[in-house]
Design a protein around this ligand. Sequence first.
Ligand code: NAI
Length: 476
Amino acid sequence: MEQFDVAVIGGGPGGYVAAIRCAQLGKKTVLVENRDLGGTCLNRGCIPTKTLLHTAELYDEIRGHGKELGLAADGLAVDYAALAARKDAVVARLRRGIEGLVRGRKISLVKGSAVFTGPGTLAVTDAGVAGGRPRESAAEYAAADIIIAAGCEPSSIPVPGAELPFVLNSDAVLSLAKAPESAVIIGGGVIGVEFATLFNALGKKITIIEMLPKILTGMDDSVCAAMTKTLTKRGVEIHTGAKLLEIAEKPGTGGKAAALCRYEEGGAKKEAFGDMVIMAVGRRPVTKALALEAAGIACERGFINVDERMATGVPGVWAIGDVTGKVQLAHVASAQALVAAANIAGENAKMRYDIIPACVYTNPEIASVGLTEEAAKAAGLPLKIGAFPAAANGRSMIMNVNDGFVKIITHAETGEILGAHIMAPRATDMIGEIAALMKAEGTVEELAATIHAHPTVSEMIMEAAHDVEGLCCHKL
Ligand code: NAI
C-alpha cells in the first residue's frame, strides 16, 4: 500500500486546488480522478457554457443590431459544429494547463475511482473510468489526510416521461453537435436561465417552466424581475408557479418538435412543445460510490456534513466543494480547498460564506454579493439603498445595453455594505470590486469617494454608492 501525506478524491476546482496547495505546503499528495481534470466546471459547466454564450451573444448582437452599429453582415450564420469544436478546444487547452500545474507540483495523478476501505485508506478501481480496463486488483493508498472533492451531477425529477431520449440534462446539452430549434427548459434556476439565454441568442424558441413563483430564486427580487422582463422582451416564454406533470412524445410530428410537456399553471392544465426538454432542476452529490460508511463519514441526503474548517468529524477526513452541499459554485470549492489544506498543515482556518460573489451569464450579466434586500429586511437591519440604471451610463449606451442597474444595500447607521446586485454589461467582472471592499470592511462612503474611470460601466457602482445618500449627480 502506497503511503501519502494527503489523498484528494476528485480533480475539479475544489480537488485540484486542494492538491496543489497541499503540495505547495510540502505534503506528499496523490490526486484521484475518474474522468477529466477540471471537474464539472471545466468539462461540463462554467467554461463550455460561457464559450457557447460568447459566440451566441456576438451573433445575436450583430443579427439584431448590426446595421445600427454600422456593421453590414449579410448572410451571417451560426456554424454550431464549429462553435462546439471551439468550446472543446478551449476546454482542452485549460485542461492541459491544469495537468501541467499538477505535474509541475509533483502530485501523483491516479486515474480511477476511489473507494474508502477505512478512515485513512482508499482503494482505487477502474469502475466508472471511460475506456478503463478492469484491473486484477484495486490499487491501495493510505494517507494521513484525505480530502473528498467528488462533486455533483445533474439530478432529475420523477415525472412520467423524464427518461425519454429527448429529455437532456446539462451534460448532454453541452455535448450537442447541433442546436435544437426549440426547447422546453424545466427549472428557471441558474442553469435553466443560462441555457435560455444561449439558445434564445441563437434564435431558437425557448419556454421555461419553473415551479416557484419567480426565476432565479435566491437572487434579489429586483434582479429576478428585471431579468424576467428582459428575457420575455427577447421572446423567451416564462411560466412561473408552474408544476410539470408529464413529459411525452408529441404525436404525429414527423420528428419535428418531438417533446410535449404537460404542466399546471394557476389551476389550469397547459402544454408546451419543443425539439427537446432540458432538465435543469438542481444537482445532487456524487457520494454513493465512495463507501463513506467504511470510514464512518456522516451524510445528509448524500451531502457530506462538514464544519467551518471543512472537517467531516472523522479525524483526517475533510470534504470540500459540491459534496458539502453548501454553495455549489466553483470559486467556493476552491476557497474551501485552501481552508482544508491550511488546516491539514496545522493552521486553524475557517470558511466564511457571507461574501461570495454569484454570477449568472445572461445578457446583460447578473452578479451579486452579500445580502439581498429581502434578506436584509428580514434580518431587521436599518437600511439605506442606492441604485443607478444602466440606461443612464455612457459606456452601457455605447455597448448598446439599456436594461440593468446597480443596487447597493448598506447599513443605515454604519455605512457597511451589506449586499450589492448588478445587472449590467460585465457585471461578473465588476462584482469583485464590491466583494473586496466588503472583505476589507470598507464603507459605502469609501466606495463613493473612489474615483472610477470614465467612460466605464463600473461608474454605475460609484453612482449607486453616491445615491445611498441621495447625492448622485447623474440621476434626479
Ligand atoms: P437551481 O437550484 O439553481 O435551480 C433549479 C430550479 O429548478 C429551481 O428554481 C427550482 O425551483 C426548479 N425546479 C425544481 N423542480 C422543478 C419542477 N419539478 N418543475 C419546475 N421547476 C423545478 O439548480 P440549477 O440551475 O440546476 O443549477 C445547479 C447548481 O449549479 C446551482 O447551485 C448553481 O449555482 C450552479 N451553477 C452556477 C452557475 C453560475 O455560477 N453561473 C451556472 C450554472 C450552475
